[in-house]
Design a protein around this ligand. Sequence first.
Ligand code: PAF
Length: 309
Amino acid sequence: MRVVIVGPGAMGCLFASLFSKKKQAEVWLLDNDSKRAKKISDQGIIVEGLGQSFNQKVNITSQIKDIPPSDLVILCVKSYDTEGAIKQIEPLLAEDTNVLTLQNGLGNIEMIAEIVGKDRVLGGVTSNGATLLGDGHIRFGGQGETVIGKIDGRLTVPMRGIREIFNKSGFSTRLSKDINGIIWSKLILNVGINALSALTRLTNGQLLESPGTREILSQVVTEAVKIAKKKRIKLIYDDPIQKVESVCKATANNLSSMLQDILNRKITEIDWINGAIVRQGKSLGIATPANLILTDLIKAIESAYRPKP
Ligand code: PAF
């Protein structure tokens, strides 16, 4: 199977390096920055953490024309880059190419479906934790489950093949008939952890160490759960606050992806996480004051380093 991974961030590098190392697929990494692509091509991807340290050579290019038509495209770009990335990869798409999004937040699957058609889209979430230490250099901080599904709930033969590539590369992966429930279940973890850790600059584990952050975490999660209930979304756990706290403990030393973005002065995924809860709350008539405050504060930080128009 030929797999194209779009975006050499922490997750893109993690999947590209291990799929290549375990020889599970012909892997191509697509980078929109030609200088960085050349650097990663020369040095390979450096992976450390979880008792391992290796350097893996990968096929990487910034030129879409270098890559032959592919069986699977995995989007590992930030949510605000989804539309641009999909338009860029259109030449790689054959009729039976699957496009898998493993991005955080709400709305990616719908946007991809609009452009490539519902039938070719796979949604997914991953709880593997990786931190980008430099170009093509990552720390693999925590192993977690990956879940993949289709909007219409069908489980297809190619999906089984994709699951095998992930599993044989060391990423515990399963298929789900309810990908919407899975995406919401992950969204609620990000709602509870990401903005709060980015604003306080605390690790996921440290969020549980003071009553104040615990209280805010619980408020934002409670608001999101009210919306999920109203939409009849089935979460995959019974006690959402306890679940978020258990993920904070399991990923105690992680800097959440939004904290990494803020530290690197990058635009965050706030509009797809807490901001999405605020929007949904408005349209359903559910108050989301705690999510609104976190969204506005993150946007205020972003606007301080966003180039002025
Ligand atoms: O975005 C992230 O950082 C991760 O999804 C999670 C689960 C919050 C762990 O850091």
